[in-house]
Structure formats: C-alpha cells, structure tokens
Design a binder for this molecule. Structure first.
Ligand code: NGS
Length: 252
C-alpha cells in the first residue's frame, strides 16, 4: 500500500485527496458517487484494487470517494450489512446520489464500463474471468452493483440476515423485482472484470441461506436499512480510501 500511495503522490497527474476522494479539476461531475467495499483482512487485494480503480474513475471524470467498510471482531462476515453501513456512513460525509457496491477482488477491464448510476439498478460485473467471461446464472447480482440513493432506499438496502458466504446478492435481486425495478447490465464487452486471486480461507457458507431466500419479499420492509445495528470503532482517512471499522452483532 505504501508503494501505491507513493506512486499516486509522485507521478500521477491529478492528485487524490485524503480519504480516497477525487473530483475533476476542469469540469463539474454530474453526480457524486460513493464506492463501497466490504472488507476484512484482504490488504494485498485492497492495494491492487486502489492502484487500478483510481485511474479508471479519474479517466471517467467522476467525483467520488472510496469507502472501505471493515468488519472488526470475530463475528461471521456479513457482506450485505457492510454495504448498508457504507451507504449510511457515506451520507454522513457528503450528499452522494450514486452508490457502487464493489467486491475488493474485482478489477474492471474496460474503461467504458461506467461507474455512475443509470436510471435503474445495474449489475456491472457481468463477465468475470473466473467464470470464463459469461454470466454463471441469469439472476446473479454478485460482484459489483450500482444504485441511485433513491432506489437503494426504496428496496430498504440489503438484508442484514446473511452471515457467511452466499445468498445476500440473490436476496437483493428479489427486492429489486418486488419493487418493480428492472435490473440493467452493460454489454458482455464492457462489463469485463479480472478477479485478483490469492489464497485465502474462504468464508463458511450461510447454511440457512436458501430458507432465508424463500421469504425475501416478506422480510424486505423490516429487514435492511431500517433495522441496521452496528457500532463504529474508528474512521480513518487514508491517502487512497476512507476506512470505517465497525462492530456487528450476530442476530437472526
Ligand atoms: C451463488 C450464491 C451467490 C453468489 C454466486 C456466485 O450460488 O450469493 O453463487 O458466487 N447464492 C447462494 O448461495 C444462494 S461466487 O462464485 O462468485 O463466489 O454470488
């Protein structure tokens, strides 16, 4: 990370401001975007990610800030809840209108895959090298997704009930449909991503994920942004990202 930071402060044209904030110097960006990354113990991937993503976002002339939401303690990883927290914490910083929910291990391959918010929710990572650049199943919403603030509030964010691996993104897909929104996708040429593969112990699957998925639509109005509970341990503005470290409490 130190090397990446040096590279940005020395040779890069447009300096990134503290906290991983940037805006174009010669024009006014149309929207302010918050890029939210759920995180725990993946520092190598995070340095590779920020090294690649800042130049892409700068070339797209966006105004944005990168938020890394870190789950402290030894509760099971809850990717969805960290996204919800990122949404709430980002709004304490600024009036973001657009939110990109992004896994730390996905690098966009095409600069024209726009990191902004279209008129309906967007699944951006449609062609990942790990899946031989095809969609593994039609309703997949994993990896990278974009929402306007209004649409994310309309679906009440993600469910907070998925602990461990799997299901939370499928649940979000159901929420989008339940509210009559239509998921959009870039073409398979634009939505290409490379996965940063490293050896890590992967999270244990949530054994109850299929049961939880069955009653998605009944839960969505009272399980999400409006039932979110967490405590913030610290907020640190690093050079290339804002780190928000939080504690969660496992509840079902
Ligand atoms: C599905 C999971 C999704 C996940 C997708 C791809 O099976 O949450 O695999 O995962 N759904 C359930 O388990 C119900 S991946 O191979 O990218 O880790 O996003």
């Amino acid at each position: 990370m130190e090397d990446v930071e040096k590279q940005f402060s020395n040779s890069f044209g447009g300096t990134i401001f503290k906290g991983g904030y940037w805006k174009p110097g010669n024009c006014q960006a149309r929207v302010k975007m918050a890029l939210i990354i759920p995180f725990r113990d993946r520092y190598e991937q995070l340095s590779i990610f920020v090294h690649h993503i800042h130049p892409v976002l700068n070339r797209q002339n966006l105004e944005y800030r990168i938020f890394v939401i870190e789950e402290a303690g030894d509760t099971r990883f809850n990717r969805a809840m960290l996204f919800n927290i990122g949404f709430k914490e980002a709004l304490k910083f600024d009036h973001f209108e657009c939110f990109i929910f992004h896994d730390v291990d996905l690098i966009p391959e095409n600069d024209r895959n726009e990191y902004s918010c279209p008129s309906s929710p967007r699944h951006m990572s449609v062609a990942v090298d790990k899946f031989n650049y095809i969609l593994p199943y039609t309703n997949i919403f994993g990896g990278v997704g974009a929402f306007t603030r209004q649409h994310f509030e309309l679906v009440n964010g993600f469910s907070n009930k998925f602990w461990g691996w799997g299901g939370e993104d499928d649940d979000l897909f159901k929420r989008i449909n339940a509210k009559g929104l239509k998921l959009t996708r870039p073409s398979m040429q634009l939505g290409r991503y490379t996965m940063i593969r490293m050896f890590h112990k992967s999270a244990q699957p949530d054994e109850q994920r299929f049961e939880k998925l069955r009653d998605s639509s009944q839960r969505m109005n009272h399980d999400g942004l409006n039932s979110l509970k967490y405590t913030v341990e610290s907020i640190t503005e690093h050079l290339l990202y804002t780190l928000v470290t939080v504690n969660l409490e496992e509840a079902f």
